[in-house]
Write a protein that binds this ligand. Structure first.
Ligand code: NAP
Length: 498
């Protein structure tokens, strides 16, 4: 199927070159791809918002079973796209085929998990309804009958990330959660994979028609002009925003939201350096295995995961562990990153760190092409790390920092000064972990997911998952963007009395 380069608004494909256009980019060839995509105009976005508002009146009345059918229909149509989808995304992202196949399955399963959760609890989301029986005999006043249940918020704006073209994008977690909750969705498609976004929007339209859903229940906006994103989050009809991306962009959108008359929730899933705490016995007795696991996890997807381990806290003097890290990183091949902008930022951050005299380069992979990113692991001691606050920033790409601690007390100081993180892992032998209660107690307050003896990359989609964490890893520590609980972010409580 030929791509149109247009946006989906109320069941229509809109957009032409009059509002500006852009091309997708091939990271593998380091050049633009041929297909042109057209910026949606402000008036056309208004139509999408109006359609979402009128769709809300109808969609919110659908039963949980009807919504489940709709989500499953979307999942089936994603699979039916077959290789066309994978090929398009591979061109736009240069992510390996196996990774894309896995992510596609994860996205399909995510939609099905919401469908199952809706079917299993037809009366209230996740069976959360609470009934308080009346008691006419209670003195001095009778107790009324009350029931707590949940209502969808209204139209939701979703911003996908470049690094998860399926699972955190057009028909990814936020979209699935909002549709499950009963909210229409307007997706601002990521310009790193616009063709993938168009194919996914076709899927949504096919499912809307097949399930007789209102046309405005899903819209997809193509635009390289940032005004459109700000117009979307400022629109009074939009009642919540799901965002996956960088801290900087999240702050800009939040500034626009702060000017609204009606405040709305902004769920920003942002970056994180996912600290890895290596305890002394583990560092010495399992140095090779530990070094390899850390490097493999950090190199996965060329470091382009929000859960990539970017900070490794190791005991001072573990020469073998450090030597294994050096060997592993020096051998790592370079690879592309998702966009030229991400490459530029990565190289800038690496240059800055290379210039810091408190940091040494522990390992550095070969750079095969100038437009690639090669792995870097830096090292410093704990006091220097504590003195340079910029070292807490995420480097999005294949980079990590080893920080050497001298004592348990210094490790505790490092943990206490950490910013909020999506995840952290603590690696120790049984003997290490038997004495780590206070470290673990402190670490749990810094993260949304605390991991023992495993790496953070790979987020299981399941009911018990929590993907989010204290600021600045996300903007609302109370909710998750992965797992069926995510639908609660797009609902509000209501109490029915008598
Ligand atoms: P990004 O650069 O923040 O882009 C996110 C979205 O914001 C895109 O649609 C982008 O539009 C738009 N945008 C960019 N500048 C804007 C501006 N000035 N005003 C309004 N909108 C603007 O993020 P990314 O490169 O896609 O993703 C990388 C980041 O996401 C990393 O930090 C990573 O850790 C994080 N991430 C987090 C999670 C999580 O679950 N916590 C998951 C994946 C990724 P364009 O398409 O035009 O650029």
């Amino acid at each position: 199927m030929t791509l149109t380069g247009q946006s989906l608004v109320a069941g229509q494909w809109l957009g032409h070159s009059g509002n500006g256009e852009f091309n997708a980019f091939s990271p593998a060839r380091n050049e633009p791809l041929a297909t042109r995509f057209f910026n949606l105009s402000a008036t056309e976005l208004d139509s999408a918002i109006e359609a979402a508002q009128s769709a809300f009146y109808e969609y919110r009345k659908t039963s949980f079973a009807q919504r489940a059918d709709f989500l499953e229909c979307i999942a089936d149509h994603i699979l039916a796209l077959g290789d066309e989808l994978l090929e398009q995304t591979q061109q736009e992202t240069n992510l390996p085929l196996a990774r894309l196949q896995g992510e596609r399955m994860r996205t399909v399963n995510q939609l099905k998990a919401f469908a199952n959760a809706l079917r299993d609890n037809p009366e209230s989301p996740l069976g959360l309804k609470i009934v308080d029986e009346a008691d006419a005999t209670r003195a001095p006043l009778p107790k009324p009958h009350t029931e707590l249940n949940y209502l969808p918020l209204g139209p939701v704006a979703v911003f996908g990330a470049s690094n998860f073209p399926y699972a955190f994008s057009t028909l990814g977690g936020d979209t699935a959660a909002a549709l499950a909750a009963g909210c229409p969705v307007i997706v601002k498609n990521h310009t790193a994979h616009p063709g993938t976004g168009e194919l996914m929007a076709r899927v949504a339209l096919a499912a809307i028609k097949e399930c007789a859903m209102p046309l405005g229940v899903f819209a997809m906006v193509q635009s390289k002009a940032y005004d459109i994103s700000h117009q979307l989050v400022a629109a009074p009809a939009i009642k919540a925003v799901g965002f996956t991306g960088s801290f900087n962009v999240a702050s800009k959108l939040q500034a626009t939201i702060a000017k609204r008359e009606e405040p709305i929730p902004f769920y920003g899933e942002l970056g994180s350096i996912n600290p890895q705490v290596i305890l002394p016995n583990k560092a010495i007795e399992h140095s090779k295995e530990m070094a390899q696991s850390l490097c493999q996890s950090m190199l996965m997807g060329n470091g382009q995961f929000c859960t990539s381990p970017g900070l490794w806290l190791v005991p001072t003097g573990c020469d073998e562990l450090e030597a294994h890290i050096t060997a592993c990183i020096n051998d790592a091949p370079s690879d592309t990153l998702l966009t030229p902008g991400i490459v530029k930022t990565f190289k800038h951050q690496i240059a800055e760190r290379t210039q810091l005299d408190k940091l040494s380069v522990l390992g550095k992979g070969k750079l095969e092409h100038e437009f690639h990113a090669n792995a870097h692991v830096f090292a410093c001691n704990a006091d220097d790390y504590l003195a340079i606050s910029a070292l807490q920033e995420e480097v999005f790409g294949p980079a990590a920092l080893v920080v050497r601690y001298d004592s348990e007390q210094q490790l505790m100081t490092l943990i206490n000064q950490l910013q909020g993180q999506l995840t952290a892992s603590i690696h120790g032998t049984e003997a290490d972990l038997n004495n780590a209660d206070s470290l673990i107690e402190a670490l749990q307050y810094k993260v949304g997911r605390l991991i023992k003896n495993q790496l953070p990359t790979g987020v299981e989609v399941c009911a018990a998952m929590n993907h989010g964490g204290p600021f600045p890893s996300s903007t609302d520590v109370r909710s998750t963007s992965v797992g069926t609980n995510a639908m609660l972010r797009f609902m509000r409580p209501i109490c029915y009395q008598a």
